[in-house]
Design a protein around this ligand. Structure first.
Ligand code: AN0
Ligand code: CP
Length: 320
């Protein structure tokens, strides 16, 4: 059974991006593929883009969608085995996942990291709970560890904006930026994993103490001086994340890391990318976000074709 749980499930970024571009050129080409099929979208956290783009993608493939805000509308779920359920949790993942599988042909799940328990977050309790007990394919709409639909949309956006590089490898920089709240590592993790599958000069930059999970970073280059990292960059991908080492803590909000016109002037006229939602004049200045090199709306638009590529592949796999 084909699941889409992480970037590792992409066998060839090149192939998937080219499929996405074809779907973008003719979104309704496979309108009949998903007829009589239902996707259930389960949200344990808020969402604008993921919610609407995944519904739009399903709709383009002729599917019916069911959306449930699990945090507000569902029973509180128990994920541990063998628990005596005499406390707050009303239903076990074993029944919930099997019951939803009776109604849905695909289940998509958003469940952020708690940012409290590193090991539990790393174990992907919610996503893997569904993957273990559901009898239908599972799609990750941002879990504790990754946001692979975002990363695929980012890969499409990068590909579409390489035209000015005359075939040379792009320099892509993932830059941390300040934020008042503790945010998850998922978007950054999946972007790193996606870049590791691409031909690019890739650099991660962040203040000391904001190192991402070393198991994900692997051999990717880390540069602690943002100004040095930005030199000759073709793409600046910005995201805040909380500390991984001091798990879930905001250890600094250094505003000298905000992406500004002056920072962008250090680059090779780089394009600016961010997954959104973004806090203006904290993460990035108005000038950069509203500037002509900002790709954020294109990225959001490409979320539809990223999701459509994944759902089409799953629907194709269900026919075999
Ligand atoms: C979330 C995050 O950082 O993971 C979702 C991003 C797509 N962002 C916020 O919570 C602001
Ligand atoms: N980029 C993204 O996943 O946005 P939402 O949280 O609004 O879905």
């Amino acid at each position: 059974m084909m699941n889409y749980l992480s970037v590792k499930d992409i066998d060839s970024v090149k192939l998937w991006v080219s499929e996405a571009k074809k779907l973008k050129a003719d979104p309704l080409k496979y309108k009949k593929l998903g007829a009589d099929k239902t996707i259930g979208l389960l949200f344990f956290n808020p969402s604008l883009r993921t919610r609407l783009s995944t519904q739009k993608a399903a709709q383009n493939l002729g599917m019916t969608t069911m959306v449930m805000n699990f945090d507000k509308e569902g029973w509180a779920l128990e994920f541990e085995d063998g628990t005596i359920m005499d406390q707050g949790k009303s239903e076990h993942i074993k029944e919930a996942a099997q019951v939803i599988s009776q109604f849905c042909d695909i289940i998509a799940i958003r469940a952020f990291a708690s940012l409290e328990h590193k090991e539990k977050d790393k174990a992907e309790i919610v996503l893997n709970g569904f993957a273990n007990y559901a009898s239908v394919p599972i799609v990750n709409m941002e879990s504790s560890v990754g946001h692979p639909l975002q990363a695929l949309a980012d890969a499409i956006t990068l590909e579409e904006n390489k035209a000015g590089l005359a075939g040379r490898r792009p320099k892509v920089v993932l830059s941390w930026a300040p934020h008042p709240k503790a945010l998850p590592h998922a978007v950054a993790n999946s972007f790193v994993e996606m870049m590791q599958k691409q031909e690019a000069d890739f650099v991660i930059t962040h203040p000391k103490g904001y190192e991402l999970d070393p198991e994900i970073v692997g051999n990717s280059k880390v540069e602690y001086d943002q100004d040095i990292a930005f030199k000759e960059a073709d793409f600046i991908y910005t995201k805040n994340w909380s500390s991984y080492r001091e798990y879930g803590q905001v250890i600094s909000q250094d505003h000298s890391w905000t992406i500004s016109k002056e920072k962008m002037a250090l680059t090779n006229k780089a394009k600016f990318m961010h997954c959104l939602p973004v806090r203006r004049n904290v993460v990035v200045t108005d000038e950069v976000l509203d500037g002509e090199n900002s790709l954020v709306i294109e990225q959001a638009n490409n979320r539809t074709y990223a999701a459509q590529t994944v759902l089409k592949r799953i629907l194709d796999s269900l026919k075999i």
